[in-house]
Design a protein around this ligand. Structure first.
Ligand SMILES: N=c1c2ncn([C@@H]3O[C@H](COP(=O)(O)OP(=O)(O)OP(=O)(O)O)[C@@H](O)[C@H]3O)c2ncn1[C@@H]1O[C@H](COP(=O)(O)O)[C@@H](O)[C@H]1O
Length: 115
């Protein structure tokens, strides 16, 4: 069993794909097409998340819950590809989430208004 988290493992794969060919790797093909293409995928996946969430609102079914998980995973994955393309690891996001942990969103917004 691998001791590294799936995010750490995926980070390593996304880094390694920078020297792979677009023909053999989907991630390499996204890097080759550039930021615009990756953003287009993120935009498409966001829309699919919204549609899946609305479907689940209506049905409350396990099937639509699974579909929502699937679509959010696609969105997270393409966001990680965007970050990797800019040499940002998922660790940076974990660190930022950790920094925000326990800080109320309302309080954080109020502190920005004061600044
Ligand atoms: N987690 C994922 C992952 N999630 C989703 N996808 C792909 O993301 C694409 C998005 O789905 P779409 O239906 O929008 O795809 P599409 O219509 O073929 O895409 P476009 O032609 O419109 O760009 C699909 O091709 C999925 O297979 C992923 N591709 C790769 N990974 C991970 O990345 C690793 C490296 O992948 P490769 O670079 O392909 O080896 C893999 O081992 C996985 O761990």
């Amino acid at each position: 069993m691998n001791d590294k988290s799936i995010l750490e493992q995926l980070d390593a794969v996304l880094e390694a794909r920078k020297s792979e060919s677009a023909d053999s790797s989907y991630v390499a093909s996204l890097y080759a097409k550039g930021t615009e293409k990756i953003l287009k995928k993120i935009s498409e996946e966001s829309l699919e998340v919204a549609m899946a969430a609305k479907d689940h609102d209506h049905s409350q079914s396990d099937k639509d819950k699974e579909h929502l998980i699937y679509e959010v995973t696609d969105l997270w994955f393409h966001s990680l590809v965007l970050l990797a393309s800019k040499n940002i690891s998922s660790e940076a996001i974990m660190t930022e989430l950790q920094r925000r942990f326990g800080l109320s969103g309302h309080d954080e917004k109020a502190s920005r208004k004061d600044a």
